[in-house]
Design a protein around this ligand. Structure first.
Ligand code: SF4
Length: 330
């Protein structure tokens, strides 16, 4: 895997422009006992289960709402702008144009999810206070945020866009897909779901899967963990389209780094076995209903302290009708 490598822009330029079709091949099969209909494994939910099975339950089964953090909301905003940027004609894809897209993108996001304004309110990065207790908020009553406060918060995204333009020239890219939603069910295995930030297809047909990260790149020795999500997408695209993406690429806007990795068939087969084993573990716990908490540093970012016995909370009963739980977006 190579790090800190700038793109060879001409070599990776895609001349193929496609629409971004949603590819959905999930059958509406009965879910395993204890899991709601429509559930699928995504990179985020897989990582939730690995870090804390109870957190997985709250996010994937109960689907309790969570207070959006400033960092996550800003990340979503930058993703949205980098998607919108490619709607502009190539010569118009400048840093100034991207900066102009920030506010309209934010307004659209808040229209869809008003609770996002919690992310702008001061001190919203963590859901816990200085004593480690969780701040109680009513997600149905988003705070009022002044225009000045919002403008300052939006400006916080500008350095991330500047870094993007230092790493790539969007005037020389024509992505084949952006924000591509994919779902696929492995034969006799877990249903998988994910949203791929960008797929580029080179003139020779080779695919590159790109994911933007608004945080910092992982330290030495942690790159493999960072590639988990990309292998997940590569496996899904392989199973859907029959060809393995040539390159998986993570673009870290937090510290201007690029990680890339060219997966082999053998590695993806091994990864598929890992996902099957993980799904087996999830279905076993679901059948038993014994979703155990697993405290770690992640607890500091967890919104469910009042439902967690390790924090003095009480685990609520599982929903009685799992089929009534709405299908997740991702
Ligand atoms: S507080 Fe920690 S242990 Fe409890 S549910 Fe959240 S992540 Fe799991």
């Amino acid at each position: 895997m190579a790090k800190n490598e700038t793109l060879a822009k001409d070599a990776t330029r895609s001349d193929v422009v496609e629409s971004s079709p949603d590819v959905t091949v999930l059958p509406s099969a009965e879910p395993p006992p204890g899991l709601p209909r429509g559930i699928a494994l995504s990179p985020s939910r897989a990582s939730d289960f690995l870090s804390c099975p109870l957190l997985f339950r709250y996010r994937a089964i109960d689907r309790f709402p969570e207070k959006p953090s400033s960092a996550a909301a800003r990340g979503s905003l930058v993703h949205s702008v980098l998607e919108d940027l490619f709607d502009l004609p190539a010569p118009a894809r400048t840093l100034d144009a991207a900066t102009e897209l920030l506010m309209p993108a934010w307004e659209r996001m808040v229209d869809r999810q008003p609770s996002l304004t919690f992310a702008v309110a001061a001190g919203s990065d963590r859901a816990v206070d200085a004593e480690g207790d969780q701040a109680q908020v009513d997600l149905d009553r988003p705070p009022n945020v002044s225009a000045k406060e919002l403008a300052r918060w939006i400006r916080g995204a500008e350095p991330l866009l500047r870094t993007y333009f230092n790493l790539e020239d969007p005037q020389h890219l024509e992505p084949a897909s952006r924000e591509l939603r994919i779902e696929v069910e492995l034969a006799d295995g877990p249903p998988l779901r994910g949203i791929v930030d960008r797929v580029d297809i080179a003139p020779n047909g080779l695919k590159r899967v790109v994911d933007y990260k608004t945080g910092r790149s992982p330290g030495e020795g942690f790159e493999q963990r960072a590639m988990f999500q990309m292998r997940f997408y590569a496996l899904m695209l392989w199973r859907l389209h029959g060809s393995i993406p040539k390159r998986l690429q993570l673009i870290y806007l937090g510290d201007s780094q690029i990680l890339h990795y060219d997966p082999s068939e053998q590695e993806l087969l091994a990864f598929e076995r890992t996902l099957r084993a993980l799904w087996d573990a999830i279905t076993k716990v679901a059948e038993s209903g014994d979703w155990q908490p697993r405290p770690s540093r992640m607890c500091g970012w967890c919104d469910h302290h009042d439902r967690c016995p390790t924090k003095g909370g009480t685990i609520p009963n599982l929903p009685t009708d799992l089929n009534l739980i709405p299908k997740p977006v991702a």
